[in-house]
Design a protein around this ligand. Sequence first.
Ligand SMILES: [Zn+2]
Ligand SMILES: [Zn+2]
Length: 279
Amino acid sequence: MYWSNYHSHCVFCDGRSSMEEFVHFAIAKGLKKYGFSSHAPLPFNTFWNMKLDDFAEYQSEFKRLKEKYKSEIELYIGLEVDYIHNFIEIHNDLYSSNTMDYLIGSIHYMDQLPSGDFWTIDGNFRDFFAGLKLLFDSEIRPAVERFYEISQCMIEKGGFDIVGHFDKIAMNASNCVDFDNSASWYKNRVGELLQLIKDKGLILEVNTKSLVEKGLCFPDFKFFPLINDLQIPIVVNSDCHYPTNMLDGFEPAFKALKTAGFKTTRQLIEGSWQAVEII
Ligand SMILES: [Zn+2]
Ligand SMILES: [Zn+2]
């Protein structure tokens, strides 16, 4: 089995290298399939989303590379699209499947702060905790419950193929003394969401971005057996922002998947998501 990666960020959003540099690295590492998934444009300025004005060039540069390297690697273009509850949905003519090979649906922002900005759960802990204080009186459980409520809405509304880093709130929540991802209420909440992902026929991402550096995988390894029991299709992605991080965490993630009983992962092959045996 060869490795693949469909979640990556290049200079069109907050990644640090050109598309072509990622392609060179992928070929050098023996990848046969590779996908770009810049953060989709948003109606407000951020440090990490693509600008709407750059969207056409994102597509034309991709087309150039796809053709140039077609004998060496299958390249795909997608987007990581934000779902911001009561503000922006993933359904959007601009990102339709006519133009993109796949879409990853992710939550980085939750509710609006008194300033009007959206509370980001994917940034540093200082900002996370400041928002927690303003929106949830510093109580972590209602914030986590809200995250899963919003995730449920995103999945029910659909319009994407892959659920990105589905329990990402645990990254910052784990720094709060009152949060325990072994608590029964939390496991129940995760279980309900996984069941919904299964019912909707979506692919669940195993996001290895923070595995080497922080020992965190999204989903957490402890949920792997449940995901396998539910037979939810998975795709292993590194969410890399530098080419050198392209395969970070893949070895321990695949090892943990095998231990949990997974037999297959999904890869986009000749335009369709197919089950590939994990060896
Ligand atoms: Zn993300
Ligand atoms: Zn990402």
